[in-house]
Design a protein around this ligand. Structure first.
Ligand SMILES: [Zn+2]
Length: 240
């Protein structure tokens, strides 16, 4: 019984090591994904800036067209002035000319504002695009480093996996099945120590009677709360 427990303890140690490799690899890949994600978000921002630039340029063209129309209108009205007879017609034309002049003044101001806005937006887009480019280059370098690190980790992982597979063959299949099931269900921890009657998997206290039996190590016990296999290691300075 003690030998079986000791194999399971070793097995748990190797499985914890394997999980550590997996976590390490997953963390590295997650970090790359997060960085990629952040670049994608910035790229989307740059695209929006570019769209805004296009909209502003369209507005620029419209404002300019309105101003040009007003200028043509002024010339037409000025030519008409020579032909009108009555003062009322004269006044009406003057009014139209004044209105057109005002419109040109207003649109010129508007044009300046739109052009400045378009320029600022284009600058922002370029800046964001450059940032993305820089970050993409850095990420490409980092990806290569991570790939190399992951390759190394996988090589070491394979060695541990082989050891684990060899050890697992020493455990009776039914027990191994139970162990694997617990490993999956209980967050990678199938066999745990009992310290002072407390399961180190779920931290529930067990009855004294059960703790005593576990201490004797004659039988394999499972925690009644988390079902993990329990073992006891006597403290080094305590012979009880
Ligand atoms: Zn427990």
């Amino acid at each position: 019984m003690k030998e079986e427990i000791s194999i399971l303890i070793d097995l748990q140690g190797l499985d914890t090591e394997l999980a550590g490799f997996d976590q390490n690899i997953a963390d590295k890949e997650q970090e790359l994904n997060d960085r990629q994600q952040s670049i994608e978000e910035k790229k989307a921002e740059a695209v929006q800036c570019r769209q805004k630039v296009e909209e502003l340029e369209q507005e620029e063209r419209e404002v300019k067209a309105a101003s040009d129309d007003a200028a043509i209108r002024i010339k037409e009205r000025q030519n008409k002035m020579m032909q009108v007879q009555t003062s009322r017609e004269h006044q009406a034309l003057l009014k139209e000319i004044e209105d057109a002049k005002q419109l040109i003044k207003d649109t010129d101001e508007k044009l300046l504002q739109v052009m400045e806005e378009a320029e600022a937006e284009a600058e922002k887009a370029e800046e964001t695009e450059n940032t993305c480019k820089g970050e993409e280059e850095l990420l490409a370098e980092e990806s290569e480093k991570v790939a190399a690190a992951v390759k190394k980790l996988n090589t070491r992982r394979k060695t541990v996996q082989n050891k684990r597979d060899k050890l697992a063959k020493k455990v009776p299949p039914s027990k191994m099945k139970r162990y694997d099931k617990l490993l999956k269900k209980r967050n990678g921890l199938a066999i745990v120590q009992v310290v002072d009657g407390v399961c180190q998997g779920c931290f529930m206290t067990m009855p004294d009677q059960q703790f005593n039996e576990i201490r004797q190590g004659e039988k394999i016990f499972s925690c009644t709360t988390c079902q993990r296999t329990l073992y006891y290691t006597p403290p080094e300075d305590d012979e009880s």
